[in-house]
Design a protein around this ligand. Structure first.
Ligand code: GLA
Length: 400
């Protein structure tokens, strides 16, 4: 069995090269973020729409503001069907934005964007060497996380496309839709997708995904929000307490591709069945960088097998920031959850000039297991014509 924290230098180098490959961001639009119009009936149901700037390719983007009766706010943009802001109260009622992001689309197209808040796919996480075989045909995808395929590939990954928005008349919900044509990013089938963000009055952010295809194809969609419950850009997440409802995880090689073995978390640094402070069992930045560090590691970047039956909603994760008292529970019908501790964050500048340091935020990405398309005994990610891909993840917020 591999040690939970193997050196992942290859992955780090690959991630760095992805970032370097991204071009510089154009100047922000002056009017980006300014409210334009509202819809809905009355204050609590009003959804404000604003310009979010033009992409480099000249496409217009919008940002929508959802507000619930308790004053929680979520903002989502058509660019990458992305969650841009999420304002949550602490134990004294003070609202703060808890996710990483940028002020306009130029930021999201810039080299600081590490999939912040986006809808990730067609297949999130990794596919070994960018290859899979389906119905006797071999498919080759971009190896954008050398030597593997990551988060849907290159320029036409879902996170880099402008989606269409549709507003709900009576709930705080926005539905984004996109059809990815047959062969896009190397994937088979015309894939039509819908992603709906709903902010409920029970202080939940609910994300519903739906997809259909005209040819068998792998699908694995997730949201890639980076959370810091103390406030985005307010320091690290090392003092957050995490509980994961997972007895097992998918062991990987040193390029983060599953070996196929499901290993127990018991007696490892991956055991979060009881709440643990995140920083407790990972080396600090200096230790990580010394060549003779025994557990030289980039930190957590693992897929956990959520206990209970996939396909039914159950608790996957609970995250608490003891300082502010903010708590987030994640419930999902997905079989897995990737816990990523912000190991590649690099002090990039985000919303309002805030900096996002190493381990300054974390992701809890509900999903099918990485590289499922190459592992017959993992729950299948293949969507067939006539079937509907449908999955839900609910983020429930409170303070204590
Ligand atoms: C995921 C991956 C990480 C990294 C981030 C984006 O969480 O598992 O290895 O690629 O996305 O930087």
């Amino acid at each position: 069995m591999q040690t939970p924290f193997q050196t992942l230098f290859k992955t780090a180098a690959a991630a760095a090269s992805i970032l370097i490959m991204n071009a510089c961001a154009p100047a922000p639009e002056d009017n980006a973020g300014q409210p334009e119009s509202e819809t809905g009936d009355g204050d609590s149901n009003a959804i404000a729409k604003a310009d979010f700037g033009e992409t480099k390719a000249g496409e217009a983007t919008e940002i929508y503001t959802l507000t619930n009766k308790n004053g929680l706010v979520a903002k989502v943009t058509t660019y990458g069907a992305t969650l841009v802001e999420l304002h949550l109260p602490d134990k004294d009622g003070n609202l703060v934005d808890v996710i990483n992001g940028f002020d306009n689309v130029a930021g999201y197209e810039g080299d600081g964007n590490q999939y912040f808040g986006c809808t990730t796919g067609r297949v999130c996480n990794r596919i070994a060497k960018g290859k899979f075989t389906l119905d006797g045909e071999e498919y080759t995808l971009a190896t954008n996380n050398d030597p593997n395929h990551l988060h849907g590939g290159g320029d036409k990954a879902l996170s880099k496309q402008v989606w269409k928005a549709e507003l709900s008349a009576d709930t705080q919900a926005v539905t984004f839709s996109l059809t990815s044509p047959d062969g896009e990013e190397g994937y088979p089938g015309n894939l039509s997708m819908k992603v709906t963000y709903t902010l409920t009055d029970e202080n939940e952010l609910r994300i519903d995904y739906e997809a259909t295809t005209d040819k068998a194809t792998p699908v694995n969609l997730t949201n890639h929000a980076y959370f810091n419950l103390g406030g985005a850009g307010s320091g690290t997440i090392l003092s957050h307490e995490l509980t994961l409802n997972a007895d097992n995880y998918t062991a990987t090689d040193d390029t983060l591709i599953p070996t196929g073995k499901i290993e127990a978390v018991a007696d490892t640094a991956l055991d979060f069945r009881k709440a643990h402070v995140i920083g407790e069992r990972i080396p600090d930045k200096e230790a990580r960088e010394t060549a003779d560090c025994e557990t030289s590691t980039l930190g957590y970047d693992h897929n956990f097998v959520v206990n209970g039956e996939a396909g039914t909603m159950r608790l996957a994760a609970r995250l608490k920031d003891p300082a502010s008292g903010r708590v987030m529970e994640i419930h999902t019908d997905q079989p897995g959850i990737q816990f990523y501790s912000g190991n590649f964050l690099m002090e990039q500048e985000g919303k309002g000039g805030k900096k996002y340091p190493f381990r300054g935020a974390l992701c809890l990405e509900t999903q099918h297991f990485p590289d499922s398309v190459n592992h017959e005994d993992f729950p299948s990610t293949i969507l067939k014509p006539g079937d509907t891909y449908s999955t839900t993840t609910v983020h429930r917020f409170s303070a204590e």
